[in-house]
Design a protein around this ligand. Structure first.
Ligand code: PRP
Ligand code: URA
Length: 209
């Protein structure tokens, strides 16, 4: 298995139940995905490098910390966009790259249609956002492209992962940790995660209606 962290915090699991429910309206889905993304990013950035600085309290000097590495957040379009605001709430200074990928409906292989990345990825902590890690194809393709662009310290933040995708990612990139809210049962014949939450992009953007 990849270096996998399943965040079992009650607030995350409460949000996940809202996101799984078929009758959750789009506005609530969007707001809840943004909120849970903050919790997941908080966990994913636990090992961010920091530097000590001296700060002066009203009473005396104290040791404080500032971030010692750039953070670059890369949502995989479309659904990863639903996790962007929540992540940037924690690290407003982060820069953002965009990775446009969709899954071919018959082969389930990722098809790339857009990529715009900031410079300096080799010096950055790179956080890839995608709520669904199903076959793992999209995340693996994103990591391949990010590594080719120089990224070295990568973490994947997902919401729901399938065991098949986690296995495949671990085989391809054993150095890349994954933080998720759930490791679900399995993929179905359409490579959808079961129980899952359906098509995340459609639910974020209302394109299922
Ligand atoms: C979904 C999802 C992931 C991908 C996961 O995107 O957001 O990017 O599928 O599947 P995989 O692990 O098997 O690659 P989709 O292709 O539906 O595109 P969309 O976000 O634009 O709807
Ligand atoms: N993409 C989704 O949005 N949902 C799944 O279950 C699998 C891929």
């Amino acid at each position: 298995m990849a270096r996998l962290t399943v965040v079992d915090h009650p607030l995350v699991q409460r949000d996940l139940a809202v996101l799984r429910a078929a009758d959750t309206p789009h506005a609530v889905f969007r707001k809840t995905l943004s909120e849970v993304a903050s919790f997941l990013a908080y966990e994913a950035l636990r090992d961010l490098r920091v530097r000590e600085v001296e700060v002066r309290t009203p009473l005396e000097p104290a040791v404080g910390h500032v971030l010692a590495e750039d953070v670059v957040v890369v949502p995989i379009l479309r659904a990863g966009l639903g996790m962007l605001d929540g992540t940037l709430r924690l690290v407003p200074e982060a820069r953002v790259g965009h990775m446009g990928l969709y899954r071919d409906e018959t082969t389930f292989e990722p098809v790339s249609y857009y990529m715009r990345l900031p410079a300096g990825l080799d010096r950055a902590r790179v956080v890839v956002l995608d709520p669904m890690l199903a076959t793992g194809g999209s995340v693996i393709e994103a990591i391949r492209r990010l590594k080719a662009a120089g990224a070295d310290r990568l973490t994947v933040v997902s919401l729901v992962a399938a065991p098949e995708g986690i296995e495949r990612l671990a085989a391809a990139y054993p150095d890349v940790p994954v933080v998720t809210a759930a490791l679900d049962r399995a993929l179905d014949e359409n490579a959808y995660i079961r129980p899952g939450l359906g098509d995340a992009g459609d639910r974020v953007f209302g394109t299922d209606l």
